[in-house]
Ligand binder design. Structure first.
Ligand code: NA7
Length: 546
């Protein structure tokens, strides 16, 4: 049992704002709230700043948003001085960038590293949050801002006998900071989502032999990464204000104006309206992208299946062994229902002699022992085990700690049937608590940096208004929250993302026992911003101040 609060919190808290996390959201929160004149502290469990980009340092880890767009827009000086080197940024480059941000804006003095938050309790009388950490005294704040990430709680699957494995067991999401020497090693990789797909070619290069254990094949697209053209960077820097404005009026928060290949579906491109000959012609022209440009495939299952077939044809054309190609071909769930996976020569890797694919649908994992993995289709020896098995996405960082609101109610109990928020920012019954890119916000469906900046600025404006009026408490009404949840569900319903055949982490379907609820807001970042701004213009309709 962890004691999360003293009997009663002090009326004057230590800080105006306690921020949980020092990833992108936490860093900007410290900077922005400080600029607005609030006292702030950020509590970070890691030994460094960067959040997602601190932990996920597995070989091949790379962002799927172009560098020039996956960067902060709050400081023109920062925009101008930082030089990106690749079209899509790698983990080391983003981590360097975030450390630069922390130094440049002197953020570290308000960040406590290696400070893991285990719970927080709201004292209704004092209107103060008391935050409990694994070590040390409780920290109190008027407001609690959960900048604790969407993909920050690793999913640790049940694998019988894992503790008996003789070699190292590595998680892609907690990759050792000093790296790992895999030369001469037989590596077993479990998981073929984004992390597994990105690391496969790199692990194959590093190891003596790589065996990939795949439970579900994945739709991926080539990254088209490469060195960033200095001319493109120079031009972008000249027009950064337009780009930033454009991001906020785009559904995905990405303008696509920086030279990266980002294919958008066009309304007049409908796969059901063209014959096989034309489909194959599109395949010749667009290759892997031929499956993702069709407007009707977004909502029509029949159109979607035709697009899937174009994808499978590309797999067959790329992978030499027809049986391996068939194993790598996704079937039975729509394209686009999961987050797109961007790869660098993933499929070609399976043409190597030192790479083996184990299709777990032909016989699942039974147990792990000292020397390898036993499956229903045979035994596979390994010296190192790598788990790329995903995250308790979007809600894990909020429900796996003891967050207690009014009447001592735990957030995880309140969300037992699925999360409910107003704008992904506030939860009824949890006054003065803000979630950054929480469930019900566009977050993982849009450029996360743009979402983070917009959220933090929205919260900052709200806190400033309260200070100006001498108010000390804000809470969403249940009615406004219900209306937002209904809207989030309504826009998701017609899309492929809620298809019953889809086991995505957007739906919480990757975690045993997690309620199946579509977590992010699919209506578009631009629509979201309009609605969030309308709430402000309407004097914070749906929020109650005290
Ligand atoms: P994902 O996309 O959730 O992928 C996890 C993978 O691990 C997926 O292939 C799972 O198969 C597999 N998995 C999970 N548990 C097991 C067990 N017990 N046995 C075999 N295979 C298993 O996580 P990622 O880290 O790759 O990516 C998450 C996001 O991070 C990504 O979307 C980007 O936005 C960045 P399954 O599909 O469940 O059959």
């Amino acid at each position: 049992m962890t004691e999360t609060a003293p009997p009663s919190a002090p009326a004057v808290p230590q800080f105006d704002v306690v921020v949980v996390g020092a990833g992108m959201a936490g860093l900007y929160a410290v900077h922005h709230f400080r600029e607005l004149g609030f006292s702030v502290v950020a509590l970070e469990q890691g030994a460094g700043v960067g959040g997602t980009w601190f932990w996920n340092r597995y070989p091949g880890c790379r962002c799927d948003v172009p560098s020039l767009e996956y960067s902060f827009g709050f400081s023109e000086e920062l925009e101008q001085e930082w030089e990106w080197t690749e079209v899509f940024p790698s983990q080391p480059e983003i981590e360097r960038y975030l450390n630069h941000v922390a130094d440049r804006f002197d953020l570290r003095r308000d960040i406590r590293l290696e400070t893991k938050v285990v719970g927080a309790t709201y004292d209704e009388a004092a209107q103060v949050w008391t935050v409990a950490t694994e070590a040390g005294d409780p920290i109190t704040g008027r407001f609690l801002v959960m900048a604790s990430g969407n993909l920050s709680v690793p999913q640790t699957p049940e694998l019988p006998g894992r503790e008996t494995f003789a070699g190292p067991v590595l998680y892609t999401s907690m990759w050792p900071r000093d790296g790992v020497d895999l030369s001469g090693q037989r590596v077993a990789l479990i998981g073929t989502g984004s992390s597994g797909v990105q690391s496969t070619p790199e692990l194959a290069d590093m190891a003596a032999h790589l065996t990939v254990f795949q439970r579900t094949p994945t739709y991926t697209w080539p990254s088209y990464n490469g060195p960033l053209d200095p001319e493109v960077q120079r031009r972008t820097k000249e027009h950064y204000r337009e780009l930033r404005a454009g991001q906020r009026t785009n559904p995905g928060g990405v303008t696509g104006s920086t030279g990266a290949i980002i294919l958008q579906t066009a309304e007049d491109r409908r796969i059901l309206e063209v014959g096989e000959e034309e489909r194959l012609a599109v395949l010749e022209e667009l290759r892997w992208n031929a499956s993702r440009v069709w407007f009707d495939a977004l909502t029509n299952p029949e159109a979607n299946e035709l697009a899937c077939e174009l994808y499978r044809e590309m797999v067959r054309r790329t992978v030499d062994d027809p049986e391996v190609a068939e194993s790598l071909s996704p079937r039975g769930f729509p394209i686009g229902c999961k987050r797109p996976v961007i790869d660098t020569h993933y499929f070609e890797t399976f043409n190597r002699d030192d790479v083996t694919l184990v299709d777990l649908r032909k016989g699942g994992i039974e147990a792990i022992d000292a020397g390898g993995i036993r499956t229903a289709q045979g035994y596979f020896e390994a010296d190192v085990l790598v788990l790329a098995t995903g995250f308790d996405a979007m809600t894990g960082a909020l429900t796996r700690i003891d967050l207690r609101g009014r009447d001592g109610r735990l957030l995880r109990d309140v969300w037992a049937e699925g999360p409910r928020t107003n704008l992904g920012l506030q939860v009824a019954g949890f006054p003065n608590l803000f979630t950054v890119t929480g469930p019900g916000s566009p977050s993982v469906l849009a450029n996360m940096v743009v979402c983070i900046e917009q959220h933090i600025e929205w919260i900052g404006e709200c806190l400033t208004r309260m200070r100006d009026r001498g108010q000390t408490e804000v809470e969403t009404t249940v009615e406004a929250q219900d209306a937002w949840v209904d809207h989030v569900n309504a826009v998701a319903a017609p899309t492929m993302m809620t298809a019953s055949s889809c086991n995505s982490w957007y739906l919480g379907a990757n975690i045993p026992g997690k309620p199946r609820v579509f977590l992010p807001y699919v209506g578009g970042l631009n629509q979201y911003i309009e609605r969030a701004e309308a709430v402000v213009a309407d004097d914070y309709a749906g929020f109650v101040f005290a």
